[in-house]
Ligand binder design. Structure first.
Ligand code: SF4
Ligand code: SF4
Length: 77
């Protein structure tokens, strides 16, 4: 069974949707995550047509995505 990994410090990245333009082609966090845990999900119900999501089953809680995020839209908590 795959369980969510909160990382060594027990923190995980949370996307602050109001700050995120949700554009896969400019998302630095997607590129920054070596675990491929930052993903773009198309969803017509979203105002921007999609959203950036974290796959917590792949996330190690390293915090790199939060450092690289272009819009300060990822918070480690
Ligand atoms: S880098 Fe951050 S603000 Fe920019 S699209 Fe990705 S998650 Fe959103
Ligand atoms: S905390 Fe690390 S492993 Fe988790 S999504 Fe961000 S960059 Fe990827």
């Amino acid at each position: 069974m795959v369980t969510a990994n909160k990382g060594v410090g027990g923190v995980k990245p949370v996307i602050l949707k109001k700050k995120c333009p949700a554009q896969a082609n400019i998302c630095k966090a997607i590129i920054a995550c070596s675990n491929n845990a930052v993903i773009y999900v198309e969803d017509d119900k979203e105002p921007l047509g999609g959203r950036i999501e974290i796959d917590y089953t792949k996330c190690s809680g390293c915090g790199t995505c939060a450092k690289e995020c272009c819009g300060m839209a990822i918070k480690m908590e």
